[in-house]
Design a protein around this ligand. Structure first.
Ligand code: FAD
Length: 318
């Protein structure tokens, strides 16, 4: 079933969903099951699986010189989605990115997903590879998520890249896109970013999942601004609890988000790592309860392989 149909069916009730990361190459499905098994009692209708493109690493050669090599550290998104659907009977939402994909690669993945009866995708651009400095698309790939959305939408209308295909089977993907309550870091202004997000919806996006935020006012303002420019799709807040002190800096640096002074002080003042975790959990519970009370369609938790923390939060909120 499509993600937006779950929202429709919920009739105003707030749903819960989770995001998982593929294990590092060499790991097995058990890592995913260990994360999800304890969370399934909360009945998430769908689970997102992230996609990770190749990264450059420098390998030391016998000569002593370093060679730049591209490797994919976390492959397996599509297989993991199929496995989740098989084990739990819930929908899986693979993240699909522009980076590393030609349009034809994308088309072939969409065909596979369709054959697997995967009806949802989250369409993203992906970040720049480390050492690239800026996002570089494949020569025959997409520059922006809106172009990827347009391709998925086009297949939903039975149009394939090969124009010789007549009466191509129409896919029926529900398309999610990313949104940034505190603006995407590359965008010169909040308004510019908002207009490009609108483009993703105009091209066929059906719902938005937000970047994490630690103050609900960012989400509420974002929804207001989206509605003002005519974005009328469901907007799902993405949430992640702080569990370690270093995340105060790493989350701010990696995701270009602000952390409120009250949270920063509480984490800094925590006596030990267990106390830091308690602060993070309590903060996320408070955020979740307020968002739920305001009638958000779904609370989407970034699990980061830590089911115990997410379970504590879900128990307090649902
Ligand atoms: P876009 O919507 O294409 O926007 C990228 C930038 O370009 C923005 O600054 C935007 O304002 C600008 N822009 C858009 N269109 C145009 C245009 N036509 N002309 C000029 N500028 C334009 N990354 C992964 O690699 N794998 C994942 O699984 C993953 N999952 C994510 C899940 C969520 C919920 C979120 C919020 C992010 C996720 N990301 C993931 C990170 C994401 O790929 C990065 O944030 C990336 O930098 C931007 O992706 P986007 O889809 O928002 O890009």
């Amino acid at each position: 079933m499509k993600v937006v149909d779950y929202f429709e069916k919920a009739n105003g009730e707030t749903l819960i969903s989770f995001e998982v990361l593929p294990p590092l190459k060499g790991g097995g499905m058990q890592a995913i099951f260990d994360t999800l098994d304890p969370l399934m009692e909360f009945k998430p209708p769908f689970i997102d699986v992230t996609y990770h493109r190749e990264e450059y690493i420098y390998k030391k050669q016998d000569s002593g010189y370093y060679e730049k090599t591209a490797i994919r550290k976390r492959p397996g998104t599509v297989g993991i989605c199929a496995s989740i659907m098989h084990r739990y009977g819930v929908d899986a939402v693979p993240h699909l990115i522009c980076g590393g994909f030609t349009k034809e690669d994308t088309e072939n993945v969409l065909i596979d997903l369709n054959f697997l009866n995967i009806q949802n995708v989250l369409a993203l651009r992906g970040d720049a590879r480390k050492f690239d400095g800026k996002f570089i698309p494949e020569p025959e790939g997409h520059n922006f998520a809106s172009d990827l959305v347009a391709q998925v939408h086009s297949m939903n209308n039975g149009n394939y890249l090969d124009t010789l295909i007549e009466n191509g089977a129409k896919t029926d993907f529900c398309i999610g896109v990313a949104g940034y309550p505190e603006k995407h870091f590359e965008s010169p202004s909040f308004e510019t970013d908002l207009n490009f997000t609108k483009k993703k919806i105009d091209e066929g996006g059906n719902y938005i999942v937000t970047q994490m935020f630690f103050e609900n006012k960012h989400y509420f303002n974002y929804v207001k601004q989206c509605r003002a420019v005519g974005i009328d799709v469901p907007i799902v807040p993405g949430l992640k609890p702080i569990t370690k002190k270093y995340q105060l800096n790493s989350l701010a640096r990696m995701f270009y988000i602000d952390l409120p002074e009250e949270l920063v002080k509480a984490v800094m003042g925590a006596k030990n790592s267990a106390a830091v975790k308690e602060v993070g959990i309590e903060w996320c519970i408070h955020q979740s309860k307020e968002l739920k009370k305001s009638g958000v369609p779904c609370l989407h938790y970034y699990t980061m392989g830590d089911p115990d923390t997410i379970k504590r939060i879900a128990e307090a909120v649902f």
